[in-house]
Design a protein around this ligand. Structure first.
Ligand SMILES: [Zn+2]
Ligand SMILES: [Zn+2]
Length: 157
């Protein structure tokens, strides 16, 4: 009788201590979420600061200055997630690694310049238009991409 009443109250602290590990796991899950959020906002900040579309290699080189532990695969994983969340947009340049620009930049129609010396890609404002005139009769134009190539100001100077 005395033993049973001793066991029953001791159940509570034990149950509480059993609840402790899930609480700890939740904390580490929150830490992981916090880390992911920091990584993604660092990548977005870098793209915004550089003001031009960046390759995963360029992003990694710049990201490790902010978060030294960020690996190249972490950069790739976060870029995929940011692209899925439509926060960034992939710019494809023939024969090149994709470059990433902010979705808000991608929202306004523009084109790109690829420097063949330093491999940087720059955003060009506006569009020459008038491209329908290039089409053979009976064709319809649905979209277009224009990539100008040459040497950027830094490479010419
Ligand atoms: Zn250049
Ligand atoms: Zn255009």
């Amino acid at each position: 009788m005395g033993m049973r009443s001793h066991i029953v109250p001791s159940m509570d602290p034990r149950r509480q201590s059993r609840k402790a590990p899930p609480a700890a796991r939740r904390t580490s899950a929150q830490e992981a979420l916090g880390r992911t959020t920091r990584q993604r906002s660092a990548l977005l900040d870098i793209i915004a600061r550089e003001g031009r579309p960046l390759s995963p290699y360029e992003l990694h080189d710049l990201a490790v200055r902010v978060i030294p532990s960020m690996s190249r695969s972490t950069v790739y994983r976060n870029l995929r997630a940011l692209e899925d969340a439509r926060q960034i947009h992939a710019v494809s340049i023939p024969g090149q690694a994709p470059r990433y620009e902010l979705a808000r930049a991608a929202a306004s129609h523009h084109h790109h310049f690829h420097c063949q010396r330093c491999d940087r890609v720059y955003e060009l404002e506006g569009c020459p238009g008038g491209l329908k005139g290039l089409l053979p009769r009976g064709f319809t134009l649905e979209d277009h991409t224009i990539v100008l190539t040459g040497k950027c100001g830094a490479c010419v100077g």
